[in-house]
Write a protein that binds this ligand. Structure first.
Ligand code: SUG
Length: 442
């Protein structure tokens, strides 16, 4: 069966800011308190979608979430009308207002884990919404993500959307810790789930939290009805987590028959590669980058592995953040991949606004492998056609602020501006009344 890998990129929301909310994510901590540019961030994201579409990728988008999330603030005891809730939280608990205002839903690699129909026993595409339970600002994403995915993948003949797993022992960060390998997209593949902690104990990181639970990986594999001999569970190296590798997609990237990974990506890298090879009938090229070529710190600074691999008529293109090109050692690794015939070329993109919060090209997209019939069953208004990208660019220019400081989050006009923008967006994307404020006003 022929199939393509569609990319669902997150549209950056109007409250994109640097609040230092993600301990263990070096960029988030380093840039805490800086002034952001929501408009530049959103335009950079749209330029990426345009570039990927020009490479022939089936490109779609996922909407931002309503922020600030007034319901979160109410649940934490702030009361009054919405403007008053925001003002009170800003005055007495700015860290909670920051959590309620994060535009973190833009990193859609964390929205869900997706298994293509050829991997699932019932022949449907399965999507499990991530609970993102490890961080407060991310744990509030699941309900809107679920509503958006249910609207986009509504056809139950082709798609099964699962609600987020119950949290605690099942902390789940979605596709950022999940790699699917297969000779071609349409063939049954191998699904590699990478975890950082387990309720059964074992060695973990010493400084930073491990976000993904092994138990969550097991539950997703069960929900998706994957064949047991095609599921591989691997532990992320604790030293990598302590160096700021908070998701596996910061240190490994896989695409079809190619796995690029760092020496310290996994506790047992040779075992992982051997298991993938055996399950795939040995049709896998695995390329290890040793620490002496690129240290863990350099992986985190450059996001060399947080890249997208795209098959084009001109060969396999690697879409990387511009930060890689500024590093002679990361550039040398890229050149080696070109010389080794693993990639044909590198396209570097400016994603500076997202990168400064720890989000590279791969974080910004959710991969969904679709057959022709499944692609036709997706909500049609969600695809990033040239015309829709033009509209989205105009929409960003009309509604987004050029700059945002942490203090600006307490401005109640930001709430109104955001709602006004999102109301227009859901109409354009055919998403109906997706947000709480739209339903409350109905
Ligand atoms: O969860 N940053 C996100 C970045 C997510 C990157 N995703 C992948 N690797 N797939 C996170 O840490 C920072 C928000 C702030 O500090 O304002 C943030 O949430």
């Amino acid at each position: 069966m022929s199939a393509v890998e569609a990319c669902f990129d997150g549209l950056v929301g109007p409250t994109h800011n640097y609040a230092g909310l993600s301990r263990g994510n070096v960029a988030s901590s380093t840039n805490a308190g800086d002034t952001s540019s929501p408009r530049a961030a959103a335009l950079q994201g749209l330029a990426k979608m345009r570039h990927l579409a020009s490479l022939g990728v089936a490109q779609a988008c996922l909407p931002p979430h309503e922020r600030p999330n007034v319901a979160l603030l109410r649940s934490l005891g702030f009361s009054g009308d919405d403007a008053r809730v925001v003002e009170r939280a800003g005055r007495t608990a700015p860290h909670l207002l920051a959590a309620a205002s994060s535009a973190s839903a833009m990193w859609t690699a964390n929205a869900a884990t997706v298994s293509p129909s050829s991997d699932c026993e019932d022949g449907r595409v399965h999507l499990t919404v991530a609970n993102l339970a490890s961080k407060l600002h991310r744990s509030i994403e699941a309900p809107t993500t679920e509503a958006a995915l249910r609207a986009i993948f509504a056809d139950a003949r082709h798609f099964a959307v699962h609600a987020a797993l119950p949290a605690a022992d099942h902390a789940d960060e979605g596709a950022a810790n999940h790699t699917r390998l297969a000779a071609t997209h349409g063939e049954p593949g191998v699904e590699l789930f990478v975890w950082g902690r387990s309720a059964t104990g074992g060695p973990g990181p010493a400084h930073f939290p491990a976000r993904q639970a092994r138990e969550a990986c097991e539950a997703v594999a069960r929900l998706h009805r994957l064949r047991a001999d095609r599921v591989i569970l691997a532990q992320q190296h604790p030293a990598a987590i302590d160096a700021g590798v908070f998701h596996n997609d910061v240190i490994a990237v896989g695409h079809r028959d190619l796995l690029l990974y760092h020496e310290h990506a996994f506790v047992d890298p040779d075992g992982v590669v051997a298991a993938c090879r055996a399950a795939l009938g040995h049709r896998l090229t695995a390329v290890c980058v040793p620490s002496h070529d690129l240290s863990l710190d350099e992986c985190v600074a450059t996001y060399l592995f947080n890249t997208q691999l795209v098959d084009t008529a001109a060969g396999r293109v690697l879409v990387a953040p511009a930060e890689c090109m500024a590093s002679p050692r990361a550039s040398a690794v890229l050149q080696r991949w070109v010389d080794g015939g693993h990639i044909a070329r590198v396209d570097a993109l400016d994603l500076r606004e997202s990168m400064r919060n720890g989000g590279g090209p791969a974080c910004l997209r959710l991969r969904v492998v679709l057959t022709d019939a499944e692609r036709a069953a997706v909500l049609p208004t969600i695809w990033a056609t040239p015309e829709r990208l033009d509209w989205l660019e105009g929409w960003v220019r009309r509604h987004y602020r050029d700059s945002l400081t942490p203090a600006d989050l307490a401005d109640p006009r930001l709430l109104d501006e955001t709602r006004c923008a999102l109301d227009e967006l859901t109409e354009q994307l055919g998403l109906g009344s997706l947000y709480e404020f739209q339903r409350a006003g109905a």
